[in-house]
Design a binder for this molecule. Structure first.
Ligand code: RNT
Ligand code: ZN
Length: 422
């Protein structure tokens, strides 16, 4: 364990350094405290879910690689993993569930038959540990999605099946929000698209639009449910056309007052989402981010503290948009300790927000307004060498969570005592 006096001393030094630049570290920590990251349940089990003991991620153009031992195979194991993750993170989090993670109690429940009762034990558990829940329909890993189309399908049977599934997820999510006293975001992502050149793009998009209209007919109070739509550029097997493209959902979300979800991996490899945030928020009240890390493609690598995540956090803070943007993790790496994968990603997001909160934004804006661009650039670069780590360490310490690399040991212990016995 690290010496708390050293951490405290380093913090006081950092506080003075940031004060010289015009920012207050205590205030930054207070604001950071209000940011709740939605932890994706699917990192713990490689997107398999609990529909059957052998279930695994199939189709949908997303892929998990790696066979690191210890993945969660039961609901009890997944809850234990999430509790462990939460215990290693400062601040409060939420849990983001997919529909295939229901408590089906050995019963075969198809997607168009899921009900609140299948998620009641999750709601009770969430209440008990004091976290909010978010939700997602699961429109992949199912025979009716094998041909690559769900709610934009020209096959009426398949289309209606998926429409019914998503309607049910909205009802379940609204109940989660109602019982937990915090709105659940129900994020719709569908894999629909085509491997090769598609002709009737317009036709598929019209079907998608009509299906969404049908899905959203039923209204739920905004205090219980927030509907969100996630776009994509391409996936494995949908390289040539994705029906739910960025332009499609941007238009749909703004016209119909829905949340748009921007996933960091869902754009051209050199295109970043940070700059989209202040644009979308001129026209939409709320935005969901799926924070991931693409390596050469939408590979869903573990999020790390890189330029992209820093730019995202800066854009949110500089636009004073903390209350409008929800942040969820979305990656799946089965090649390393999965608990460790959560902590690296969640802490990277927290550090990025802390970094952004410690920026002398007003000063920078003023320099910019006055055309002082050399000074703006200089300050930005000077800020990069400020002792951010000392402030983050202190934040971890006052939250009774491991400081610095201490979480690695704790994850090793959990691996020895729990994961290796699965
Ligand atoms: C897929 C999307 C989607 C999924 C989850 C599992 O490309 O990013 O959000 O990752 O629904
Ligand atoms: Zn995503």
């Amino acid at each position: 364990m690290r010496n708390s006096e050293t951490i405290e001393r380093a913090y006081q030094y950092a506080k003075a350094q940031y004060a010289e630049m015009g920012t207050n570290t205590d205030e930054a920590i207070n604001k950071l405290e209000s940011i709740k990251i939605s932890l994706h349940c699917w990192q713990a089990d490689d997107v398999a879910g609990f529909e059957s003991p052998e279930a695994e991620l199939e189709g949908g153009g997303i892929q998990v690689t790696g066979n690191y031992p210890g993945k969660a195979k039961t609901i009890a194991q997944l809850r234990s993993d999430i509790e462990k993750v939460i215990s290693l993170l400062p601040g409060k989090q939420r849990l983001n569930l997919h529909a295939i993670y229901g408590d089906f109690m050995g019963e075969k429940v198809d997607r168009d038959k899921i009900e609140i009762k299948h998620f009641q034990s999750w709601i009770d558990w969430a209440k008990q540990i004091g976290i909010g829940l978010d939700f997602n329909p699961t429109c992949f890993s199912h025979p009716y999605a094998d041909d690559g189309f769900t709610i934009s399908s020209k096959n009426e049977l398949h289309r209606n099946f998926w429409i019914e599934h998503i309607k049910r997820t909205r009802k379940i999510a609204a109940e989660m929000g109602k019982e937990l006293g915090t709105p659940a975001i129900n994020n719709i992502w569908i894999p629909d698209g085509s491997k090769d050149i598609a002709i009737d793009r317009s036709g598929y998009r019209e079907i998608l639009k009509n299906s969404l209209d049908e899905i959203f007919k039923e209204e739920y109070p905004k205090e219980y449910l927030l509907d969100s739509l996630e776009s994509k550029l391409f996936g494995i097997g949908s390289e040539s056309m994705v029906v739910g493209s960025h332009e499609f959902y941007l238009g749909y979300a703004i016209k119909n007052n829905k949340m748009l979800c921007l996933d960091t991996g869902h754009f051209h490899p050199t295109e970043q989402i940070a700059d989209k945030i202040s644009s979308v928020l001129q026209f939409a009240d709320k935005l969901l981010l799926h924070v991931s890390r693409g390596v050469r493609w939408d590979s869903d690598h573990v999020v790390i503290y890189n330029d992209e995540i820093q730019a995202i956090a800066q854009e949110i803070i500089r636009s004073c948009a903390l209350r409008k943007v929800s942040v969820a993790l979305d990656y799946f790496d089965g090649s390393i300790n999965r608990i460790g994968a959560y902590i690296i990603g969640a802490r990277a997001v927290q550090m990025a927000f802390l970094n952004a909160l410690l920026e002398p934004t007003e000063r920078l804006k003023e320099l910019e307004t006055n055309g002082k661009y050399f000074e703006r650039l200089a300050l930005l670069d000077i800020m990069k060498a400020k002792p951010l780590g000392a402030v983050y360490d202190y934040y971890c310490m006052i939250n009774n969570t491991p400081v610095g690399e201490d979480y690695i040991c704790e994850i090793h212990d959990y691996e020895d005592e729990v994961l290796s016995k699965r």
